[in-house]
Design a protein around this ligand. Structure first.
Ligand code: ADP
Ligand code: ZN
Length: 722
């Protein structure tokens, strides 16, 4: 049992080292399990905060924590990030020169490392295992554990032998982590890594900060440029189906002045690495890529992911969109949906030789199509696919933001249910629709389904609309499509309520383009944020680090909101551990100070507007006039409020205003008079120099009170035009 003390210590490390105030869901439980010496299998979405689950126990437990990670580039990033927090960590892989490797091993053997990142093939070499057996180990963490499974999306043969660790080191706790959402792969991982007895920690796979948008693909380049307009200077990834599309789009974006780069497997390794690095270091903003891009990139502030073409499966879609918003800030996933692309993918699938595999891929694509055409909350469909029910609509997808019109479809659902029951569960959606529409094709005749009651029951509705209706009924859980039986339509238990319970409301089918949506926006001082980003870049350059390692966008956003004035305030910023505070605290504080000073001085300049020099034409202010000015300036009271506050008439206060201007003190008269101000000024300039003031006033095209008129005259004098 983890004691209260362990929890306290863990919280202290969280705050002191990483600068965070509280744990994310599951983190504390996982840390406690490891501190107890137990194994754990962690299923958490990208951005869920998996790293801390092993980093904190590695710091707290005696000995070194060994982290197995598949990609060399990721190891370096993680180690850089840990070092920036003052944690003693290193990596050991083939990228190190002999002398560097020797140095790392020496530090490891002398017990100076809290964490060592190792590539699996290095770890499992005889010599290294022998070394490990002599040393004190805090734990093993297997990151990206799905690499062990052939079912996963990134199988790596060198991962397979990791199961041996459990036998060789029975007393060292082991943690496996993955963001894989499908159950099949999870089971496989658990078996291969011998984690059967370990505790499973499953977090929600929802990514609430990602807004899902699907748009009908019409003019993709224009649509993408429009979308990018809303994300200027932000980082994002655009996925395309083919290398050719990647290259064309990248060139087109560059022509439109966007710092974009292409990335696909046909580009030589060196150049690919450079593209990744440029992206990580914010030199390139938009990556246009085939699916080859992503695994090796752990960039927390990717603000958007666009699918130029439909992905092959919901798994891929979830995975790829998941690369947006790891830092938890507002992000968007846009997919351009075109039926031509669907056919293209279908043709690719037809080339798959293995029949079973082909069938699975067809079904996966169909699910993806259904998602794209869904009229129910996207998040609901997405999470439902991974068996995580969402019992409310999310409010942050295109469907929720602009709900399609609904209607009572109970009778149609009844017809569909009757049909599915009558044809007895061996036929797909297309067949059901044919029967409902009363088709007399050969297959229907062969099965004598032209004789059943539901045959022709929905003849007045076209096939596209029926598809939409049946898909919605599937999304709502009344029917399911059985993969093992060629996606046969089956009624679920819930279908028993069709016609007996509440009316079934479905969304009206309407093919067409969807609108663009206003983003929530992050409430922050954008100017200061920009300055902070520039300073971060400068510091990152100096220390040869990716900018997000210096500070995350979350930290900078908080700085721009709270604008801390001293070290104590800075310490409260999320992500501000002791080491970073020492390293960067002062420079960032200085910048914030300078910014708020310039803002304060601008304030006396009346919201940043330039104030003309006023020439004093009258005596100084008496006490009541001074009070009026104070109420006007410091409290920002309007004329009426000012009068009420002093218990005098508005005319009196206006007379004070005139005196104030004549004393050379500023009141924003143009704003006070409003839209007619310029007209009045021009007419006064053109006025007959021999006319009396009463006559001039009477000639004005704008009606002013005597006091307002005198105020304008005083203003003209004070700015020197009269
Ligand atoms: P994953 O590996 O699951 O994708 P990470 O470990 O990279 O996620 O964490 C994602 C982001 O969330 C990182 O920027 C990390 O610093 C931040 N983070 C993790 N845990 C916390 C926490 N308890 N409080 C605030 N931020 C956190
Ligand atoms: Zn939604």
């Amino acid at each position: 049992m983890a004691t209260k003390k362990v929890k306290e210590q863990a919280r202290k490390v969280l705050k002191d080292v990483f600068g965070y105030d509280s744990f994310r869901p599951m983190q504390e439980e996982i840390i406690c399990a490891l501190m107890d010496g137990k194994d754990a299998f962690v299923l958490m979405p990208t951005g869920g905060g998996k790293s801390l689950c092993y980093q904190i126990p590695a710091i707290m437990r005696e000995g070194t924590g060994i982290v197995v990670s598949p990609l060399i580039s990721l190891m370096k990033d993680q180690v850089d990030a840990l070092n920036a927090c003052g944690v003693s960590a290193a990596y050991y892989n083939s990228s190190l020169k002999a002398a560097e490797a020797k140095d790392v091993l020496e530090r490891f053997e002398s017990g100076k490392l809290d964490m060592l990142y190792v590539a699996p093939e290095r770890l499992l070499s005889k010599a290294f295992l022998a070394k490990l057996q002599k040393l004190k180990l805090a734990m093993f963490a297997v990151d990206e554990a799905h690499c062990v499974s052939q079912w996963g999306h990134d199988f790596r043969p060198e991962y397979v032998r990791l199961g041996e660790l459990r036998e060789i080191f029975p007393d060292v706790p082991m943690l496996a982590l993955t963001a894989t959402a499908d159950e099949h792969t999870r089971e496989d991982i658990s078996e291969r890594l011998q984690l059967a007895k370990s505790q499973r920690f499953t977090a929600s796979f929802d990514r609430p900060n990602i807004r899902y948008l699907v748009a009908e693909k019409r003019q993709p380049l224009t649509q993408i440029l429009q979308f990018l307009d809303g994300w200027q200077n932000c980082s994002g990834v655009i996925y395309c189906l083919s290398r050719k599309r990647v290259e064309d789009l990248a060139v087109n974006l560059q022509r439109h002045g966007i710092r974009a780069a292409a990335y696909h497997a046909g580009i030589p390794g060196r150049s690919r690495e450079k593209v990744q690095d440029d992206f990580l270091r914010d030199r390139v903003k938009v990556i246009v890529a085939t699916i080859a891009f992503g695994m090796g990139v752990d960039k927390p502030n990717v603000r958007f992911v666009i699918h130029h073409d439909i992905p092959k499966s919901i798994e891929s879609y979830y995975q790829e969109t998941g690369r947006a918003g790891r830092d938890g800030l507002e992000s968007e996933a846009l997919m351009l949906y075109g039926s031509g692309d669907v056919n293209l993918v279908r043709r690719l699938i037809e080339n798959v030789e293995n029949i079973d595999q082909r069938r699975v891929e067809v079904h996966k694509l169909n699910s993806m199509v259904a998602f794209s055409e869904a009229l129910t909350c996207r998040r609901r469909v997405l999470l439902g696919y991974f068996s995580e029910p969402l019992d409310h609509s999310c409010g942050n997808c295109d469907i929720c933001l602009d709900p399609p019109k609904t209607y009572d479809a109970t009778e149609l659902a009844e017809a569909a249910l009757q049909c599915v029951r009558e044809i007895k569960g061996h036929f797909g959606m297309g067949y059901v629709i044919d029967v409902l529409r009363g088709s007399n094709n050969a297959r229907i005749k062969e099965h004598k389904h032209d004789k059943i009651k539901s045959h022709g029951a929905g003849a007045d509705i076209n096939a596209d609309e029926w598809t939409s209706i049946l898909r919605q009924l599937v999304h709502h859980g009344y029917f399911m499509q059985d993969v093992s039986k060629r996606a046969a339509m089956l009624a679920t238990k819930k279908a028993e309520h069709i016609g007996t319970g509440d009316p079934i409301m479905l969304a009206k089918y309407q093919p067409g383009i969807r609108r663009q949506f206003k983003r929530l926006g992050m409430a922050r001082d954008e100017l200061l944020f920009k300055k902070l980003v520039a300073l971060r870049e400068e510091q990152a350059e100096k220390d040869d680090l990716p900018p997000h390692v210096v500070f995350s966008d979350v930290s900078l956003t908080e700085m721009s909101q709270k604008q801390p004035a001293d070290v104590a305030g800075m310490r409260l910023i999320s992500g501000m551990g002791a080491h970073k505070l020492e390293e960067y605290g002062d420079v960032f504080l200085a910048l914030i100070k300078k910014h708020s000073e310039s803002k304060a001085s601008k304030k006396t300049k009346d919201n940043g507007k330039d104030i003309p020099m006023l020439i004093a034409k009258g005596p100084g202010l008496n006490e009541t006039q001074t009070y009026t000015l104070a109420l006007h300036r410091k409290e920002g009271l309007t004329l009426a409020q000012n009068a009420a506050q002093q218990g005098v008439s508005e005319v009196t206060v206006l007379r004070h205003y005139v005196a104030i201007i004549r004393a050379g003190q500023y009141i924003d008269v143009p704003a006070f008079i409003g839209k007619d101000f310029e007209t009045v000024m021009n007419e006064l300039t053109d006025a007959d120099p021999y006319a009396s003031l009463t006559e001039i006033k009477a000639d004005l095209s704008v009606e002013l009170s005597n006091e307002e008129f005198r105020l304008v005259l005083a203003w003209r004098e004070a700015i020197g035009v009269a």
